[in-house]
Design a protein around this ligand. Structure first.
Ligand code: HEC
Ligand code: HEC
Length: 251
């Protein structure tokens, strides 16, 4: 009996903590959904293809390609994107997949790192994220991530910008309502990098969040800021269990 009560209580608490989650995909028009469903129609697949070529190409004759050390991405990178951001010992902070790619680029290939949202980085990131498509988002059970997740949640709930709105006020409290022409989504990060019709190209989660920040007239975060690392860590935890959609499509 005690057991059953505990079970019911924990199920109830779970339900409170996690309202039904809707991916941005669920709110898209049928034609945009069809673009994401069909790889032949999804423009982001062009980036993923470029990424596959970059994976196999050595930066110079004396330096191994990514594939030279990691082999087939389909095998070695399966599930990797689903557990980023992950904690990086050397940097003593969580890093996202883009930063992880750049770490190998710098340290293992001795090559200059790619700029955030550069064609190369987005392509490789799309190629690697594709290897986790359909797998549940699964942040590592690493205690070192906890303070970052908490800091990220605090940032998510803090009012920012001249409009004085928090991420939570739009994405938790007003999700499903209309803002201007579009619908406010729940703001999940499980499709990045993704092709956005408005961008006419593939963009990163960083770019998406910076868009939201300028939307409320706040100072957008820098790519290598601890605040972005914290926010991305929290968003991944908020998305845990949702399937990776990368590289997705959004309006
Ligand atoms: C004023 C309301 C508003 C605020 C505040 C806001 N956003 Fe958004 N966000 C949107 C809208 C609307 C979209 C959908 C795209 C669009 O129409 O620009 C969006 C899209 C997103 C997405 C993409 C979801 C998907 O399915 O691809 C993420 C992630 C996101 N926001 C995160 C954030 C974060 C993190 C913050 C706080 C730093 C934030 N947003 C603040 C309105 C807001
Ligand atoms: C000289 C060998 C070498 C090359 C070349 C190399 N890597 Fe790595 N990579 C490693 C090793 C070793 C690790 C794991 C240890 C570590 O953390 O550095 C790793 C880790 C990774 C991870 C994290 C995997 C995980 O399970 O968390 C990613 C992603 C990655 N590499 C991507 C790349 C990409 C993309 C390239 C090409 C731009 C590349 N690597 C080039 C050796 C290499």
């Amino acid at each position: 009996m005690r057991h059953l009560l505990w079970l019911l209580l924990s199920v109830a608490l779970h339900a409170v903590a996690q309202p039904a989650r809707r991916s941005g995909f669920d709110d898209m028009s049928p034609s945009t959904q069809a673009m994401q469903r069909d790889d032949a129609q999804n423009p982001a697949m062009l980036w993923a293809q470029d990424g596959a070529a970059l994976w196999a190409r050595a930066p110079s004759p004396s330096v191994p390609a990514c594939a030279g050390c990691h082999g087939e991405a389909r095998a070695s990178m399966r599930g990797v994107a689903a557990r980023y951001p992950a904690y990086d010992e050397a940097l003593a902070r969580p890093i996202d997949l883009a930063t992880r790619i750049n770490r190998c680029r710098e340290m293992r290939q001795g090559a200059p790192r790619w700029a955030p949202d550069s064609q190369e980085l987005l392509s490789l990131e799309s190629h690697l994220a594709l290897q986790s498509r359909g797998l549940p988002v699964e942040p590592p059970a690493d205690v070192r991530l906890l303070p970052w997740r908490e800091r990220g949640e605090a940032l998510y709930r803090a009012r920012i910008g001249q409009l004085n709105l928090s991420c939570a006020q739009c994405h938790d409290e007003r999700a499903g309502l209309r803002l201007g022409g579009g619908l406010i989504p729940q703001g999940h990060a499980n499709g990045y990098p993704l092709y956005r019709l408005e961008w006419q190209g593939v963009g990163s989660l960083l770019r998406r969040i910076r868009n939201c920040m300028t939307g409320v007239r706040a100072q957008p975060l820098a790519a290598d800021s601890p605040e972005f690392a914290a926010l991305a860590t929290y968003l991944a935890w908020r998305d845990r269990g949702m399937p990776v959609e990368s590289p997705a499509v959004r309006p």
